[in-house]
Ligand binder design. Structure first.
Ligand code: ZN
Ligand code: ZN
Length: 345
């Protein structure tokens, strides 16, 4: 079994042969056909502060966004069968804690993230996953599309948390893959959508596929004025902060309309200082946080929009590589020269 591995706690990867995993009684073995890079894979590649915080085990296989065919099932598996095409949910919940038993498995108290907290990952020819995180895809879903349900699920979750009203104006700060999916979903709901980014590559990519009426270059300054000139001086009804920077978190509070909603889901390393009295209390805004995806309502909603052509999952893909060229994918992403990169093992 060929796999992209992390063998020690230093930057870099190794492509090597390892034993084909055996499914346990409630596990399924998947022949991985497409698997996409995510921000967390870059943290693990660099082995930066975030990777250290996750306490990710090594040696390990990288990757967690994937789809493929079920080729073997454990003896107690009931929900999927050999031949099913599945995508991998990343959250491995304990199924026993308060959050798991009250409808929010995706923020389980004892959460393990596939590809991060366990040695298994999807940048390999085969992956073993618990059947609880195998999502059965509709027949004839292209493998590359199947691998992108997971990141689009985060975008769907952000929109579900925001619970938009008809005619809401929406600003999306950040045009990475998830920011682009939020733009497409909000447009499908009839919102007026405006987006920003600071990276030239992402701005141009969003202008091509992002579904925003306007993509503003935030690196040129005066972002707040530019956004208000576009959506109206009252500000935006909903602001999605998908960049995870101190600057964009502050901007989100500034550009949201009074009584509007700010949805935060970018992980910011810099913990910004905020004027909460001026921007949250007096403006009476709702600040909503989120991580990951509802299991599995986000998946079903993504499926419906994808099936109806309202969201184009592959639109974020800028590069596709064979497993052997995984290093090139990391380099492209580290240089900011790619949006979503897919490996086809
Ligand atoms: Zn991911
Ligand atoms: Zn739990």
């Amino acid at each position: 079994l060929k796999a992209v591995m992390k063998v020690d706690t230093k930057p870099g990867i190794k492509i090597m042969d390892t034993d084909k995993p055996k499914p346990g009684p409630r596990d399924v073995l998947v022949r991985v056909k497409a698997t996409a890079y995510c921000g967390s894979d870059l943290h693990l590649y660099k082995w930066d502060g975030q990777a250290v915080k996750w306490n990710s085990p090594v040696p390990r296989i990288l990757g967690h966004e994937f789809s493929g065919d079920v080729v073997e099932v454990g003896k107690n598996v009931t929900m999927v069968k050999v031949g099913d095409q599945v995508a991998g949910e990343t959250h491995i919940p304990c199924e026993q804690c308060y959050m798991c038993r009250t409808g929010r498995m995706h923020i389980c108290e004892n959460m393990k993230i596939f590809g991060v907290h366990v040695p298994e990952g999807s940048f390999a020819e085969y992956a073993v996953i618990p059947e609880t995180i195998a999502y059965k895809l509709p027949p004839e879903t292209p493998y590359d599309v199947g691998a992108l349900y997971e990141p689009c699920g985060v975008a769907m979750h952000a929109v579900q948390r925001a619970a938009p009203n008809p005619g809401d104006t929406a600003v999306i700060l950040g045009c990475g893959p998830i920011g682009i999916y939020v733009q497409q979903i909000m447009k499908a709901l009839g919102s007026d959508v405006v987006a920003t980014d600071i990276k030239k590559f992402r701005i141009e990519h969003a202008r091509r596929v992002g579904a925003a009426r306007e993509v503003i270059d935030a690196s040129a300054g005066n972002v707040v004025e530019k956004i208000k000139a576009t959506v109206g001086q009252r500000g935006a009804d909903i602001v999605f902060e998908a960049a995870g920077a101190g600057d964009t978190i502050r901007q989100s509070l500034d550009i949201v309309a009074k009584a509007g909603k700010v949805v935060l889901f970018g992980a910011s390393p810099d913990n910004p200082t905020l004027d909460t009295t001026t921007y949250i209390v007096y403006k009476e805004i709702d600040v909503l946080g989120l991580t990951g995806r509802y299991m599995y309502s986000t998946w079903d909603r993504v499926q419906r929009l994808v099936t109806r052509g309202l969201v184009d999952l592959k639109s974020v893909v800028t590069h596709q590589l064979p497993l052997e060229e995984a290093e090139d994918g990391f380099q492209l992403l580290l240089k900011g020269e790619a949006s979503k990169v897919i490996l086809n093992p």
